[in-house]
Design a protein. Sequence first.
Lengths: 113, 117
Amino acid sequence: DSGVTQTPKHLITATGQRVTLRCSPRSGDLSVYWYQQSLDQGLQFLIQYYNGEERAKGNILERFSAQQFPDLHSELNLSSLELGDSALYFCASSGRDTQETQYFGPGTRLLVL
Amino acid sequence: AQKVTQAQTEISVVEKEDVTLDCVYETRDTTYYLFWYKQPPSGELVFLIRRNSFDEQNEISGRYSWNFQKSTSSFNFTITASQVVDSAVYFCALTRVFSGGYNKLIFGAGTRLAVHP
């Protein structure tokens, strides 16, 4: 158990809908990262927050947004969902002992029908 | 640009065989970190090891060992006496080192290891 929690584990929704994925980092970690794992793109970095502030952006679509709250949990919002957004979404955190090592949550499996 | 290549898409072995997973990376940075993660069938990503660019010592942890060679930009992972529980997808990853708490992982495509009884 990495100490990173993600909810929900599974999500099934329809095209055009909006969903919110939630992540709680390991105790003491200030950084939260979001990654998308799909069959065609592999594991792709989406965005990083550090102590509430956006720190880096990767291949994140404009339809996607994220934030990190004062208690350090983070939410990833996906809107106007398309079939191609079906993927496994991971949250990771780092910083308590080392900034470089990211510990991953169990992931949220999103299926868009 | 940074890049991680895992040329082996799938490997199949019989239990107790040794197996080596290859990882080749590209970076212009002098300071960087390399990682291996394991993704078992249940789907989570499990951290296995981190190595920084200044530490080329090989590491052994039980049946696992890692060989880092800067000269060939490789960070290979060997499992000795493989077991069925080792069946998983293994990812090699690379990150740059920035000040101010910024870093992102660049992952390879992964190698699926199947260990048969």
